[in-house]
Design a protein around this ligand. Structure first.
Ligand code: 5GP
Ligand code: ZN
Length: 133
């Protein structure tokens, strides 16, 4: 997609610190890292959200994220993939973040607003979703 910043990186029109490349996948350092070693893995197939990407273009992304985690030596790290503005997605080309978490201050901060379980509601939700999976 012409205007997409990550498609421009794939085409070499914008530079990046490239860590991995294959016919379907690219990985490079994030330009504004949350921590040292913060890197991105992207499919070369353009799509805004995970559901826009064909399965064959997804299969290498987690193995490459694993390579990045290993290469940085991160012991604690988060793999993050945002979909949509209110889910904190800024760049509309699917990407997985590999974010080392060296200490409490650096890396990804997470709010985890859990609610108490209503087993009846959980069961109803299960019955709604299960047939569609
Ligand atoms: P999002 O919030 O969409 O999940 O994250 C987008 C990420 O892309 C951000 O962490 C941001 O720093 C990174 N990013 C945006 N533009 C560029 C760029 O031109 N080069 C690189 N290397 N990273 C970028
Ligand atoms: Zn793109």
């Amino acid at each position: 997609m012409a205007a997409c910043i990550f498609c421009k990186i794939i085409k070499g029109e914008i530079p990046c610190f490239k860590l991995f490349e294959s016919d379907k996948t690219l990985a490079f350092l994030d330009i504004n890292p949350l921590s040292k070693g913060h890197a991105l893995v992207i499919p070369k197939f353009h799509g805004a959200t995970l559901t826009d990407i064909p399965d064959e273009h997804l299969s290498e992304l987690l193995p490459v994220a694993k390579k990045l985690a290993t290469a940085t030596g991160a012991v604690n790290f988060n793999i993050l993939q945002n979909n949509g503005r209110i889910a904190h997605q800024i760049v509309d080309h699917v990407h997985f973040h590999m974010i080392p978490k060296p200490n409490e201050q650096e890396g990804l901060g997470i709010s985890w607003p859990q609610k108490e379980t209503d087993m009846e509601a959980l069961k109803a939700l299960f019955e709604e979703i299960k047939p569609k999976v």
